[in-house]
Design a protein around this ligand. Structure first.
Ligand code: 5GP
Ligand code: MG
Length: 180
C-alpha cells in the first residue's frame, strides 16, 4: 500500500517498516547495554500511540523487565493543542524503580515534560525516555530524550501506532500527508 486515505486526507509512505525495525534494533541494543546488571526496569508506555513501538521494543529486550501503560492525551487533529491533560492509569509503585518511558513521538516536548514532572513525585530511582520519533526542530525543552529511534522534520506522520484522528494506527509503515 503506497497511499492510504484517512478521513479527508491522502497519505503516502515515508518510512518503510524495515527501516523502522532497524532503528528499533539500534535503540534496543543501547537499552540492553545500559540496563544490563541493573534492577528490573519498568517500561512505561504512553497510550495509545506507543503500543506498537512498545511491542517491538519488548521483543528485543534481553534483560528481565516489566511493562505497564499510562495515558496522557494532548493532541487533536494535525496540530498540538498545547494543552496537556492529566496522567491516567499509573497502577505500579515506581518508588525506587528504573523507569523507561516508551513514547511514540516527542514533538514540542510538552507531554513528556508533564509526565516527567508527575513521575518525579513518585520518587523513581531513574527515569529515561525512549521515543520512536523525535522532532528536533520542534522540541523546545531542556530535559534529555536519551533514546530516539528516528529523527524527523516537522511533518505530520501516521502509522505504526500513530493516528490521524484515530485512524492509521494499524499501518506498519510510516505515512506522511501527500500534498498533491
Ligand atoms: P508534544 O507534547 O511533544 O508536543 O506532542 C507529543 C504528542 O503529540 C505525541 O505523543 C503524539 O501523540 C502527538 N504528535 C506529535 N507529532 C505527531 C505527528 O506527527 N503525528 C501524530 N500522529 N501525532 C503526533
Ligand atoms: Mg503520544
Amino acid at each position: 500500500m503506497n497511499k492510504v486515505k484517512l478521513h479527508d486526507r491522502t497519505f503516502r509512505v515515508m518510512i518503510p517498516a524495515a527501516e523502522i525495525d532497524m532503528a528499533i534494533d539500534r535503540v534496543a541494543a543501547r537499552i540492553n547495554e545500559d540496563y544490563a546488571g541493573r534492577e528490573t526496569p519498568l517500561f512505561l508506555g504512553v497510550l495509545n500511540g506507543a503500543f506498537m513501538f512498545m511491542a517491538e521494543l519488548m521483543k528485543k529486550m534481553e534483560c528481565n523487565c516489566e511493562l505497564s501503560f499510562v495515558k496522557l492525551s494532548s493532541y487533536c487533529g494535525t496540530g498540538s493543542t498545547g494543552k496537556v491533560s492529566e496522567l491516567i492509569g499509573l497502577k505500579n509503585n515506581i518508588e525506587g524503580r528504573h523507569v523507561i518511558i516508551v513514547e511514540d513521538i516527542v514533538d514540542t516536548g510538552e507531554s513528556m515534560e508533564h509526565l516527567l514532572r508527575s513521575l518525579a513525585g513518585h520518587r523513581p530511582a531513574s527515569v529515561e525516555i525512549a521515543t520512536l520519533f523525535f522532532k528536533p526542530d520542534s522540541f523546545r525543552k531542556d530535559f534529555e530524550v536519551k533514546y530516539k529511534a528516528l529523527d524527523i522534520g516537522n511533518e505530520f506522520i501516521v502509522g505504526f501506532g500513530l493516528d490521524y484522528d484515530e485512524l492509521g494506527r494499524n499501518l506498519k509503515d510510516i505515512y506522511v500527508i501527500d500534498e498533491e
